[in-house]
Design a protein around this ligand. Structure first.
Ligand code: PHE
Length: 377
């Protein structure tokens, strides 16, 4: 091989290598950003596993518009600031045609203005704070929002727990927590209940005893903790330690096997609302549970896994209906999603680019999440 030829071969190889990250004639590049490591690692890992399963299934069936989907995943390490970096890279360097993510509302909110500004559709699988999709017309989600979830838990506290006086303990570092606390409070007051204490913590704190003692002094009949699983587990442990024995309950942020791993007997009997239970659901949900178990060595999918799967499938459906991957076309097709038969239920994207869906309530029993009921919107 002469020198010139070998250089051009090398150059072509480098191009091909760089180019394999981009949408090419036979591939469509789709970006994903997730908390694969760090404080909320189980959120990102579950959602990623569901997303990967969807991509593998669609590719096995021939892909989308005759092209294979190439999924490019960035880890934001559960850290503030990293989602913006991840999504900037996915859009500017990898030229993805759409972005999937995130689970946590604060991190979806970090990415949304970037996707909106670039005209790249973003679909959050499971961020429930209303502000996420209010960022703009390129931002979608495939789950319900917290005004609904808050009302569900307010009614649950009032009617099922028969609590009249409730305390709320909020993570002020999280948009999700602040929003859910607010909507829960509105719903609980509307149901005729009383909020006797409202205290704050910062996600990642280790000592909650001061606030929990203050809560105990107000003698609530239940404590609503709209936080994420690590903090929630520690709060349950320390609540019991300070002698606060009334029911503790939360929202979807509690859903992780880490809740029971950390909380052990202190989380027994607690309740939380979420999006999906592998114990409930139609044929589509059953098929998904089987496929997921087969792909991930017998593991049961949680809500984030199911919603990660649905977010990817909704995107592929929209691209197919759009007949192309151009941002505006995919956006319009996403907005037109109607009665899509998803794992987590039928998905119709409403005028706010959210999905109107049912919530389920689970209870921790013998270290497992046991299905209690489904609440329709
Ligand atoms: N809804 C949470 C948020 O918006 C994230 C979450 C979704 C957590 C699903 C658990 C299950 O931040």
């Amino acid at each position: 091989m002469n020198r010139r030829l070998s250089i051009s071969v090398l150059f072509a190889a480098a191009l091909a290598f760089a180019g394999c990250d981009k949408t090419s004639s036979d591939q469509i590049a789709v970006g994903e950003f997730a908390s694969l490591t760090g404080k909320e690692a189980t959120f990102g890992q579950s959602s990623h596993e569901g997303t990967v399963l969807a991509v593998e299934e669609i590719n096995a069936g021939g892909g989308v518009l005759g092209k294979k989907i190439r999924l490019l995943t960035e880890d934001n390490q559960s850290k503030a600031g990293e989602s913006a970096n991840a999504v900037n890279k996915l859009i500017a360097k990898d030229a993805v045609v759409a972005v999937l993510g995130e689970v946590a509302s604060s991190r979806s909110l970090e990415a949304a203005p970037i996707c909106q500004g670039a005209g790249v559709p973003q679909i959050s699988p499971s961020s429930t704070n209303p502000k996420v999709t209010q960022t703009g017309d390129y931002i979608f989600r495939v789950c319900f929002i917290d005004p609904f979830q808050g009302t569900v838990m307010a009614n649950f506290a009032k009617k099922t727990l028969k609590a009249q006086k409730i305390a709320i303990f909020t993570d002020v570092k999280s948009d999700y927590s602040k929003g859910l606390a607010k909507f829960f409070k509105e719903g609980f007051l509307k149901a005729g209940g009383e909020v006797v204490a409202e205290l704050d913590y910062n996600g990642g704190d280790k000592d909650f005893k001061g606030q929990l003692t203050a809560i105990k002094s107000k003698a609530p009949e239940g404590v609503f903790v709209p936080g994420y699983y690590t903090d929630a587990a520690l709060i349950c442990i320390q609540a019991r330690e300070v002698g606060l024995t009334v029911p503790l309950f939360g929202g979807d942020g509690w859903e992780s096997e880490k809740l029971t791993e950390i909380g052990k007997e202190a989380v027994e009997g607690t309740y939380f609302s979420t999006h999906y239970s592998p114990e409930a659901g139609g044929p589509k949900a059953k098929a998904f549970v089987e496929a997921y178990k087969k792909r991930y060595s017998g593991k049961l999918p949680d809500a984030m896994a199911a919603l990660g799967y649905d977010s990817a499938m909704i995107l592929f459906d929209a691209m197919t209906r759009a007949g192309g991957t151009e941002g505006a076309k995919v956006r319009d097709a996403l907005a037109g999603t109607k009665e899509y038969d998803a794992v987590t239920g039928k998905i119709t994207i409403n005028q706010d680019r959210d999905a109107d869906k049912s919530a389920v309530i689970l209870q921790v029993k013998d270290g497992k999440f046991s299905y209690v009921e489904t609440i329709a919107p």
